[in-house]
Design a protein around this ligand. Structure first.
Ligand code: ZN
Length: 384
């Protein structure tokens, strides 16, 4: 009886393994094939009329979008979809509105380079830990210039990230005259660390960057980009510069805007589909650089690779040991009238944490004059 049941068990096990491998092969196969189909429907406007996935009006809209993108790339004006009042007036009097007059560039574009530092010499940016639990030493500040605005005290990052942003902005200016100032949102704080409400933005490798807009552009505010107001050519040039040379791990954007950027890259800039499929993620497809995430219609969230700054930590540990990165305790002397509860409140920690850090039992009394650990601070990274 026992033998039989163990045999049955083995059989069931085998059946399960076979079934799992069949499922795996089907899923794997599907995964290999779904991507191009998704691209066709999501970005290339071909969802298959016979399947009822798109209507003739969708196709007309797509055709109009393409015309619009071409017009935009020539800095002409095009009014897609429903005619605005402005458009109908313009067509009546037979003129196209001149493109919006934007802040003129400085006469000679100033080369703006972060000072290149010798890779093997300190100090250089040190990105420590994970972007959602880390910090930053030797940060570089992204300065406000006549091409971009950044936020005070919130504009620090690794040298690689700051340079990549400046290079991308310069690329836009090189290709498109009269480019407006780009609003840049939060990067990291000066020494990294927690930065609410963001979960990441802690280790100098994340940046919130506004879109270039053709209408209602603001040099300081991250404004909602709509399909009608997104400055597709400039935004694409910006993204193209970022994704070159594997500088960027991913970019969160909005699918409606991604569709426009994809079509512009494909139809106007004639970028091969194979290349675009390494940049744009189709819905449900495998992760690519540009991904849709809710809440990213007013900014791009860009996660940068920072190989030099990340490697700097390994080098630092090799030189100074792991201990050098451990948080340092902050001590406070107990005064008359202090209680754990009061101390906890004053230093914004919990009573439980105070007890743990100081190895206090529930019945232990506080002695006036004794030192207590009330928090921790980052160690100074000394490089000599
Ligand atoms: Zn962000």
């Amino acid at each position: 009886m026992r033998l039989l049941s163990s045999k049955t068990g083995v059989r069931i096990g085998l059946v399960l393994i076979v079934a799992a491998s069949i499922v795996w092969s089907i899923v794997g196969y599907a995964d290999d094939t779904t991507d191009p189909i998704d691209y066709r429907c999501e970005f290339e406007g071909d969802c298959g009329l016979e399947n009822g996935l798109s209507s003739p009006s969708d196709l007309a809209w797509d055709a109009e979008i393409d015309q619009w993108l071409v017009a935009k790339s020539n800095d002409q004006l095009w009014f897609p979809g429903k005619k605005t009042q402005e458009a109908s007036i313009a067509s009546k009097i037979g003129v196209t509105r001149p493109s919006v007059v934007l802040k003129q560039d400085a006469v000679a574009p100033r080369p703006k380079k972060v000072q290149k530092k010798d890779k093997n010499r300190w100090p250089r940016s040190v990105s420590i830990g994970k972007p959602n639990r880390g910090w930053l030493a030797y940060p570089v500040r992204l300065e406000t210039s006549d091409r971009l605005t950044s936020r005070r005290h919130k504009n620090f990052g690794t040298q690689e990230m700051v340079q990549a942003i400046i290079d991308a902005v310069d690329a836009v200016h090189a290709e498109h005259p009269n480019t407006p100032i780009l609003p840049v949102g939060n990067l990291s704080r000066e020494h990294g660390g927690r930065f609410p409400p963001h979960k990441s933005h802690q280790s100098g490798r994340d940046a919130d960057i506004g879109y270039y807009l053709s209408e209602g552009h603001s040099p300081t505010r991250l404004k909602l980009a709509r399909t009608r107001t997104l400055d597709v050519p400039r935004t694409w040039t910006f993204i193209e510069s970022l994704v070159a040379d594997k500088k960027v791990e991913y970019i969160f954007s909005d699918r409606r805007l991604m569709r426009l950027l994809y079509r512009y890259a494909l139809n106007v800039k004639k970028i091969p589909k194979e290349r675009l499929h390494t940049i744009f993620q189709a819905p449900g497809g495998r992760p690519k650089i540009m991904r849709h995430l809710k809440g990213h219609a007013d900014h791009l969230h860009v996660r940068f690779y920072a190989p030099d700054s990340v490697a700097a930590v390994t080098q630092f540990i090799a030189k100074h040991g792991n201990q050098a990165l451990k948080p340092l305790p902050v001590y406070k002397r107990i005064k008359k009238g202090d209680s754990l509860w009061r101390l906890a409140k004053r230093h914004r920690v919990t009573v439980k944490k105070l007890r743990r850090w100081n190895r206090l039992r529930k019945d232990s009394n506080l002695r006036i004059g004794k030192k207590l650990i009330v928090g921790h601070k980052r160690p100074k990274i000394r490089l000599k």
